[in-house]
Design a protein around this ligand. Structure first.
Ligand SMILES: Cc1ncc(COP(=O)(O)O)c(C=O)c1O
Length: 381
């Protein structure tokens, strides 16, 4: 249709003009560290497979065994016929690992967030979100049609002020935040948020997509704090696919009845569920593994002259989108894959390189990369 194509072409031209046009680049992950792109082998620092478990031989074997036995797809949503018994096993493993009463698995982390939030709050309620929360927390809050208010990044005084102003005007209040901020690598002040939530009778939800498997001995960034709603993904350090919520038994039962992505979307394939179970078993049995990505990130920040890493994610902010593209090209020419992150994923003027460290990154590669960043990348003030 003419008007449709004209609209799409004009929108793309606008993005191109702002250096914000994106394109999909074929990338073959070779072994968890190496990636093949544009005909070149590159050491990748742009992958969230923090423990390299997507390539782990025994996890692959267990996924293959499940695939051979049960087939490829699950055939229906969990409430119809897609609820393979492996789901109960995975949910029991997750609850045990996270020391929660119960757990519920979703099709992805994104689907989890757009299901959990509208199942808990609605138009008469208020949702306070850290301004740098992941897009799917925003999407979930907007779908809930609640009064959504952003608080300044990690600013507890602002959260307190907003609760003071708004809590009494709403039926329920939810505070939601990334546990580890996906584009900045810093941690939310979870214990202090939990205390504020208690004081104002608000519910605290952490999205630990980047904390599970890596922080708190693998148990995540909220480990040791009473957070009633702990959401995360099975798609990053766990090396598989899917999302989850760990919470009390009644909350989990409510999800199975009210979370629309669980009800109206096909269940994860059994092989993926088997892989997630195997990965959780492996992490629980090897506490040293979880600590490795952060140790690698710290070695990088020390050598590059950056502030010490607080998680396995290290941002190097260069400012303009074009500067981020140029910095990524510079590193790619040296054999490193570090994908530039531009608005709208991050706020305007804060385009960056986002380095993701994994357990198996080579110390020599990290040192060479740090030297290149120190000498060749103009970091924004
Ligand atoms: C903080 C955060 N939450 C949720 C998600 C979504 O998880 P998934 O990739 O499993 O959909 C991501 C992934 O990009 C994320 O970074």
């Amino acid at each position: 249709m003419r008007s449709l194509d004209d609209f799409a072409a004009a929108k793309l031209a606008e993005l191109e003009g702002e250096k914000l046009l994106r394109s999909l680049v074929d990338t073959t992950r070779l072994d968890g560290i190496w990636a093949l792109r544009n005909g070149r082998r590159l050491v990748s620092f742009s992958c969230n497979d923090y423990l390299n478990l997507s390539q782990h031989p025994s996890i692959k074997r267990q996924a293959i065994a499940a695939l051979e036995r049960y087939g490829v797809g699950s055939g229906a949503s969990r409430l119809v016929t897609g609820n393979h018994p492996l789901f109960a096993a995975l949910e029991a493993r997750l609850a045990r690992f996270k020391q929660a009463e119960a757990a519920c698995v979703f099709g992805s982390g994104y689907l989890a967030n757009i299901g959990i939030i509208p199942a808990l709050v609605g138009p008469r309620d208020v949702v306070l979100l850290d301004e740098l929360s992941h897009g799917c927390l925003w999407a979930g809050a907007r779908l809930a049609r609640s009064n959504v208010i952003a608080y300044r990044h990690c600013d507890l005084a602002h959260v307190e002020k907003l609760l003071d102003q708004h809590r009494h005007r709403h039926r329920r209040a939810l505070i939601a935040t990334d546990g580890v901020f996906s584009m900045d690598g810093n941690l939310a002040p979870v214990a202090a948020l939990a205390a504020l939530a208690d004081r104002f009778d608000a519910w605290l939800m952490t999205d630990d997509a980047h904390g599970i498997g890596v922080l708190g001995g693998g148990r995540g960034s909220a480990h040791g704090t009473a957070v009633p709603l702990q959401m995360g993904t099975l798609s990053k350090a766990i090396g598989a696919y899917g999302g989850y919520l760990c919470a009390s038994a009644p909350v989990i039962e409510l999800m199975k009845n009210r979370a629309r992505p669980l009800i109206y979307s096909t269940a994860l394939p059994p092989a993926i569920v088997a892989a997630a179970i195997a990965a959780l078993d492996l992490i629980a049995g090897d506490p040293a593994l979880a600590a490795m990505p952060l140790a690698k990130a710290r070695a990088f920040t020390a050598r590059a002259g950056l502030r010490p890493a607080t998680s396995q994610i290290v941002p190097v902010i260069v400012g303009a989108a074009e500067a981020a593209l140029a910095a990524a090209r510079f590193l790619e020419a040296e054999g490193f894959l570090v994908v530039p992150i531009r608005p709208p994923t991050v706020p305007a003027g804060t385009a960056r390189l986002r380095f993701a460290f994994t357990a198996r990154h080579d110390d020599g590669d990290i040192a060479r990369l740090a030297d290149l960043v120190r000498t060749g990348v103009a970091i924004a003030a």
